[in-house]
Design a protein around this ligand. Sequence first.
Ligand code: CO
Length: 347
Amino acid sequence: MNLEKKLQALSDAFGVAGFEDEVREVLRDMVSPYVDTCEVDPLGNLTCSRGSGDAVMLDAHMDEVGFMVRWIEKEGYLRLTGLGGWDERILLAHRLTLKTRDGGKVHGVIGTTPPHILSEDERGKVVPLEDLFVDVGARSREEAEEIGVRIGDPATIHYPFQRIREGYVTGKAFDDRAGCLVAAEALRILAEEKLPYRLVVNFAACEEGGLRGARAAAFRVAPKLALAVEGTIGADMPGVPEAKQPVRLGKGPAITLADRSITVNPRLVRFLEKVAEENGIPYQYKLPAYGSTDAGAIHLERGGTLAGVVSVPCRYIHSPVSTLLLSDLEATIRLVVAFLRRAAELL
Ligand code: CO
């Protein structure tokens, strides 16, 4: 499978925060040939490990932003609550995929009130998530239940992966399946190389719920050094001044200086810069201080851990149409691999 196909498999897999089973199995299949152990903890983290000695941890979160069924109206419409941070402006009129208790999929649409019957005032307003309704074709609560829908079922806006043009692709969950793929590829590329430490890759659950999985995993793994790999806020787009663009597409991996969850130790930032420069890998800084990352949770565990973040620039994250350049993804893989080859210098 080439890189694009792997990203497709990962982005298309269902994996709403707290319901990561499907994407976890895709990742387990990808990495199990290259690791000694793969374990799933009670939170749903998939933690894979190879070698021995002090632990160096890579973390990428498996979960995507999604929804949970909050209520089923007696007319059969569903109401939602968010799992992760949504922008309410973008939620109307999408196709939704729900996962039922038996693991089946139910399809539906987020309905919209016909503009013809809206007042001028209503037309200009954002509909709050709480007021959205989902139409799964059920004419009653009983019928919704007959097709398997229950309160608490998770849902995602499902846009299948698509190549927009050669090297430029879109999918629903590049935050953070792009990061998952970087970590998986690093394991594959380094498979035959001996590393003087234990390499632990944690595919984290519930990042979008508040960095939850990574926190538990970091306590358990007790890494000496950690790197979170993200798909992050590409904002090189009309209407955004350069000073407010956290990262840009086509400029290579983004090294985080500080976000809302961590100020990265400058020793680690300098090391990442040096590794990139010595290997001729382009890089950019993620402008401070937007967003939070698993590194925020990891660096606070166990009396403090040296931790940083490297990200693949992605536009339109936390929407169903995230996009990225495969060349940025490849450069991020190169940087993470080069970092791991020399990581022992920081231990
Ligand atoms: Co993310």
